[in-house]
Unconditional design. Structure first.
Ligand code: AMP
Ligand code: ZN
Length: 488
């Protein structure tokens, strides 16, 4: 491999040359969603960032095994162990089986990923599908003296671990300093040390999701799931572990500790963390109540939105920021991205129509080198996009007769531009799916007519509209703020 890729490694706090354990193969693990609610745009940004990373690794010639899990048990409502399981809580709220909740939001997640052309991982393991692996891992941690049992719960023994290891090597956190903020929390009596975290939680009778274990009925801790699943599919040591920055502590720090407690070393050589999507400066999150769902953005059906934007425009918007920078969401920024996206795609369309000459002012190889250099520099998509705009300028100059291109250079330029835009950036032409502005306008009209029919109790008309849209693969959902639509 003659890859010149450099990545920013959270473990060392430096940009380093990327050297996989056994090239050309690359093992990549990314923490997937907890499927207890619809994925919001913030979640999408993280998965889009890793889509770009996986796509570029492949473009660069690596054979990637991309594992991204589904958390379907064990992720509790707070960072301390006294919270309730998010899936179980939602199941009660929606009066469904926990696995119905898991299925419902996994399907939604897959649909959203597909709409944004985020490629599926190679393996998508679920936590509930790996109970045996998790129990085995707990046994090893116990046998190695880094965990203890307390009334049917198994806790990781941070104090014992700290004697020879640094619980904080990834996040830079100092647990002793954290103590000040955590002291006031109740229910820590079962733990020996406040920072100990649950590997296995005893299930109280009202807890719906529980499994048998050597320590009684219970369920695994969230941190343990990722250690067990990454080890199973990528081995005891693999190349890249990724996730959002908000997962660095305690989730990823605890993964490092669990793996080290089993094998003597952490799971991954490179830890990549993606930055947050913000709204007016605050992290977009469900709990802050400032989250926007992808479908709301695609349709414009949200009080904070002026209108809808095509998923490809949203994708382009997100890739105009580097994955390690925050990105602030606004109507204006999306409008600017829409113009940029249209300019880029128009350039790609003009390129094959250019009239060729016997001489060339275009150095295709110089463009290729610039594109690759941008992405080799820690996947710098905004710089790549600025070079693509330079290329579009040249294309337009050739179209206007101010520059020349030969037949061969034109063929190479088309292959290069199409390859970079579709394979690395994952952008497709909107025309393939229709014009988003027009579609949104027409859909608004149709849903308005349906709402009128409903208010007149004209159920025949409203049902006919819904069924005919259904035949076109458009699903109509009725919510408290009116109807919204999405593609199946
Ligand atoms: P969750 O389903 O809450 O476990 O989150 C799934 C992923 O989305 C995690 O990797 C988080 O780091 C990421 N995430 C959550 N909120 C945001 C946000 N506002 N911006 C970017 N990524 C986020
Ligand atoms: Zn994880």
């Amino acid at each position: 491999m003659k890859s010149g890729l450099h990545v920013y490694n959270t473990l060392t706090g430096k940009k380093e040359k990327f050297e996989p354990l056994s090239p050309p193969r690359v093992g990549l693990y990314v923490c997937g969603p907890t499927v207890y609610s619809n994925a919001h745009l913030g979640n999408c940004r993280t998965f889009l960032s890793f889509d770009l990373i996986a796509r570029y690794l492949r473009y660069d010639g690596f054979k990637v095994r991309y594992v991204r899990n589904i958390t379907d048990v064990g992720h509790i409502t707070t960072d301390v162990d006294e919270g309730i399981d998010r899936i179980g809580q939602q199941a009660k709220l929606e009066q469904m089986e926990p696995m119905e909740i898991v299925q419902k939001y996994t399907t939604d997640f897959h649909n959203i990923m597909a709409s944004m052309n985020i490629l599926p991982p190679d393996i998508e393991p679920t936590a509930t599908g790996h109970m045996i692996e998790q129990i085995e891992m707990i046994k090893t941690i116990l046998a190695n003296g880094f965990a203890y049992e307390s009334d049917g719960n198994i806790y990781f023994d941070v104090d014992a671990y700290k004697k020879d290891h640094n619980y904080g090597e990834l996040s830079g956190r100092n647990v002793d300093e954290l103590f000040e903020n955590t002291r006031a929390l109740d229910g820590q009596s079962e733990k020996r040390f406040f920072a100990d975290f649950a590997l296995w939680k005893k299930a109280t009778p009202e807890h719906i999701m529980q499994w048998p274990s050597p320590w009684g009925m219970g369920f695994p801790g969230w941190h343990l799931e990722c250690s067990a699943m990454s080890t199973k599919y990528l081995g005891e040591q693999f190349d890249i572990h990724g996730g959002g920055m908000d997962l660095k502590f305690p989730h990823h720090e605890s993964e490092v500790a669990q793996n080290t407690a089993c094998t003597g070393h952490g799971p991954a050589r490179y830890w990549l963390h993606t930055n947050m999507l913000t709204f007016e400066g605050s992290k977009m999150s469900k709990s802050l109540g400032n989250s926007i769902l992808p479908n709301e953005l695609f349709t414009g059906n949200h009080p904070l939105l002026k209108r809808g934007f095509h998923p490809m425009v949203v994708r382009f918007f997100m890739m105009q920021a580097h994955y390690r920078s925050t990105l602030d969401f606004s109507n204006e920024a999306l409008e600017a991205s829409e113009k940029g996206y249209q300019r880029l795609m128009a350039g790609l369309k003009v390129l094959p129509t250019l009239i060729t000459s016997t001489s060339s002012d275009i150095d295709v190889e110089a463009y290729r080198a610039k594109f690759v250099a941008a992405m080799d520099d820690d996947f710098n998509s905004p710089v790549l996009i600025s070079h693509l705009f330079d290329a579009v300028k040249s294309i337009n100059s050739i179209a206007e007769g101010r520059l020349k291109i030969t037949e061969k250079d034109k063929t190479d330029f088309i292959a290069l531009m199409d390859g970079v835009v579709s394979e690395i950036l994952g952008l497709t032409s909107i025309e393939e799916t229709g014009d988003s502005g027009l579609t949104n306008g027409l859909m608004e009209l149709i849903l308005d007519l349906r709402a009128r029919a409903r208010s007149n109790k004209d159920w025949a008309t409203s049902d006919a509209i819904r069924d005919q849209l259904d035949a076109l693969n458009i699903v109509v959902k009725d919510g408290k703020d009116g109807a919204s639509w999405s593609l199946k």
